[in-house]
Design a protein around this ligand. Sequence first.
Ligand code: UDP
Length: 358
Amino acid sequence: MRIVLISTPIGFLGSGKGGGVELTLNSLVSGLISLGHSVDVIAPKNSKFHDSNLKAKLHIVEGEDQISWQHQDYNSPVTIPDNSLLAGMLEKGLDIAKNADVLLNMSYDWLPIWMTLNFEIPIAHIISMGSESSVINNLISKVYAKYPNNFAFHSKMQANDYPYIKKPTIIGNGFNLNNYIFQDSVKGPLAWVGRVAPEKGLEDAVYVANKLGEKLKVWGYIEDEIYASNIEKSFSQGAIDWMGFLSTDKLQKELGKCRALVNTPKWNEAYGNVIVEALACGVPVIAYKRGGPSEIIQHGQTGYLADPDDKETLLYYANFIEKINRKNCREWVEKNASADIFANKVVNWLNKVIIEYK
Ligand code: UDP
């Protein structure tokens, strides 16, 4: 198959601004290449692939980013800036896709989804978030009525946000396991990893570490400075150890030294890449039973799940997290979320999409 992939229109690959989509794209590309497919990726200027993806073709586009939908009102209209990066990536993608089997869109935005109805080539969409915009939700519903196969989701809980999709295609996610080393560090610190933004609920994880008299190690791109500084102010000085945004290789080395990851999303997390990355290093996860994390974590086997927003229960589990056998964590990822498993699911789905157009 020749696949043309459209990256997120928010931040270049490697910036952290695009969140989990950046890593998902890299894992997907490496899985597709190892299965023998050809991949062209259209991505913003300054984007870089992981080393394992040098066989894929990277086409760079310059332009203005989109505004992230999770930080706009649900009923906001679509905004397309002058010199739009998204429009530029789609123009280039459409041009290359004339000689390809499918255009695979990984941006959560209106324009590429609208194009499905108005272009003859197959355009398939990996929806990377729950329902964060009424205008996109309504458009997905309209496109779905004509092309029911063209959408895939990361988890069942995420797909529940789109109730008109009767039998959603669930592809999970995948990780290049060679990039993650197992570490048996049962005595390490507590970790939190993610974009530092309100929907990620960092404050609840700081609460847990603080109650235990520990500093929380925090890795990730600070998207919302005011939110970050408000959390800092609401706890005693030095409650957070800000570790910055690291490349996957450096992040996994540090994360593997931790005794647990605390994951505290306040929104319907579509999947939760950081959970699987922690598990791949042998790090169990304590999380809220909300969105993708509730499908990934095996309660009592690879971590613990607390009721949404119940930070006292998170704290309770943090007291005996070392009882989890760290090998179970790594094994779960090997059996369920490798890059090859993920790429196979995506290829099976894309084959169904393509057949509709023949
Ligand atoms: N991440 C990273 N370096 C860091 C912290 C985070 O590369 O120091 C990446 C992490 O690997 C993951 C992404 O940031 O792929 C966060 O994705 P997730 O699915 O957890 O949440 P999203 O940001 O998409 O809501």
